[in-house]
Design a protein around this ligand. Sequence first.
Ligand code: SF4
Length: 147
Amino acid sequence: MRLTKFTDLGLRAVMRLAVTEQAEPLTTREVAEAMDVPYAHMAKAVTRLQHLGVLEARRGRGGGLELTGLGRQASVGWLVRELEGVEEVVACDGDPPCPLRGACRLRGALRQAQEVFYATLDPLTVADLVTPPTGPVLVGLVGHRPE
Ligand code: SF4
């Protein structure tokens, strides 16, 4: 199973913000630069994370992005499900749709496998993801993408 780039960017943003001091919030641009990804792509992920209540933007002088309490304690499995949406791992109903789609054992097995994948991530929280060695590396990331 492969995550979309969108989900990966969302997870990267959340991890970076999880190690940010409250007194020095980062902007979306700074998060994008730290992760070396285009600003526009990161902005879309950040907007979705705001809608999920995982992070919020503080406006004005000294403003920036902040992880909410929900974001810090969020289950990684829940977050990945929300960012990925309801897509199956195979596009059975694509264009053209697969002729087996109404009676396919493989489809059922793949749905089960997908659920096991998410269930493995369920017990992990965002806070768990930034314990050493990941957290210290995240703190040290400095952006260099001039966009
Ligand atoms: S064979 Fe089964 S799993 Fe594969 S596309 Fe067709 S319906 Fe889906």
